[in-house]
Design a protein around this ligand. Structure first.
Ligand SMILES: [Mg+2]
Length: 397
């Protein structure tokens, strides 16, 4: 079998990959649903994969992996990798996870991710009310993650959250020392949320980046004994094109509160320091940034050898990303906790692909599907309604 084309279309606002072959089997992959700008980056790899056998996934990846990087290039490489596993599975007539070592669980755990609601205000009682809505959600989440501190924009809506002047731009990497008042407020909001959750649901907190090392350790120690699932990206993370294990080694060994980072990472090589130095307790790369499904499997296995847990990022990966994450989670070792739930976004994604309903959430879990490939197939007549003019040929052979 040979790859005949790599097509990219922006559907909704999501960059969608379709790899076609000379045997009529195609594969799909995707980047985050709000990143149409990734299209030319994905197209860059077209000439590097055409003519290759897509079922020799690793051989194709060897040819392009080195030509990637941290976001946004890692997304392009990862989306192609998903599409290759989709083809390989369909060609073999088995779900993609069978080719990744086989599943070790029949259902995979997810946490709220893209299921979120607008908070009515910024007082602790508003955090509590928001948490109650989330707790009552029909997906019956076993873990709920909420943004706080710099990640929650506390520096933007509170004048004196930290010693510094906040730049009012979501992309700006605000950071600094949190004021006594800011710290008290942060703890009050966390306590209000924990009061709602009680012992029924685990609370994880996405905190930064932007916190100083002393503030990160102070927060982690304050929360000891409260069964927080993890504190995420306190110091660096998100879009940083590096991992700075040194800073995390000043926090993680000194607290019993689990410390998490990793959503920005590309490739196993960039996880070595974090893992070998036990710089974090929980790693959370994103299947759509790290280099793909097999890359996640390798990193999780290596992390497991070092006693590090795995809670992957993935909020904005859309329906195709949800399928990729489900296959990934089916094969990860027992250090896997849960992945961040992406949703069909917008909901009409469920109308343009067959198989989407297999990824429905019940009691915070998704049943691992047994359909070939990743389990999703475009319905061209339906999908065609959402194609932009320049992508009109996306569903053609
Ligand atoms: Mg995060």
């Amino acid at each position: 079998m040979k790859i005949t084309d790599l097509k990219v279309a922006i559907i909704g606002d999501a960059p969608i990959v379709r790899v076609t072959t000379d045997e009529g089997i195609d594969g799909v992959g995707a980047g985050e649903t709000f990143k149409p700008y990734l299209k030319p980056m994905i197209e860059f790899y077209r000439d590097l994969i055409i003519g290759k056998d897509p079922t020799d996934v690793e051989r194709v990846m060897l040819g392009i992996r080195r030509m990637g990087s941290f976001k946004p290039w890692g997304t392009a490489v990862s989306a192609i990798e998903m599409a290759l596993w989709d083809i390989a599975g369909k060609a073999a007539g088995v779900p993609s996870y069978k080719l990744l070592g086989g599943k070790i669980r029949d259902k995979v755990q997810v946490y709220n991710g893209n299921v979120r609601f607008k908070r009515e205000g910024n007082e602790p009682e508003h955090f509590a009310a928001d948490m109650q809505v989330m707790k009552d959600h029909p997906y019956n989440f076993s873990i709920i993650k909420q943004p706080v501190s710099f990640h929650g924009g506390m520096h933007r809506y509170m004048d004196d959250f930290h010693f510094g002047t906040a730049v009012q731009n979501r992309r700006y990497p605000n950071r600094g020392t949190i004021t006594p008042k800011g710290f008290k407020y942060l703890l009050a909001c966390i306590e209000a949320m924990q009061d709602v959750l009680g012992d029924d649901v685990g609370l994880a907190l996405d905190c930064g980046p932007g916190m100083t090392v002393p503030d990160a350790l102070k927060l982690a120690k304050e929360l000891e004994g409260s069964n927080i699932m993890w504190l995420e990206d306190m110091v660096i993370g998100n879009y940083h094109p590096y991992e700075l294990a040194d800073q995390y080694t000043q926090i993680t060994p000194y607290t019993s509160t689990p410390i998490h980072t990793g959503e920005q990472l590309y490739l196993r090589q960039n996880c070595v320091d974090l893992i070998e130095r036990n710089a974090v307790n929980v790693l959370g790369p994103d299947v759509a940034d790290v280099g793909g499904i097999a890359e996640m499997k390798f990193i999780a296995e290596y992390a497991d050898l070092h006693g590090i847990l795995f809670a992957p990022h993935g909020t904005f990966n859309g329906l195709i990303g949800l399928a990729a994450q489900t296959h990934m989670a089916a094969v990860l070792p027992e250090n896997f906790i849960a992945f961040e739930l992406p949703t069909a976004d917008p909901a009409w994604w469920l109308d343009i692909m067959e198989g989407g309903e297999q990824f429905a959430v019940t009691d915070s879990h998704i049943d691992v599907p047994d359909t070939p490939g990743l389990g999703l197939t475009f319905i061209p007549e339906e999908g065609g309604k959402y194609l932009r003019e320049e992508d009109a040929g996306f569903f053609d052979d």
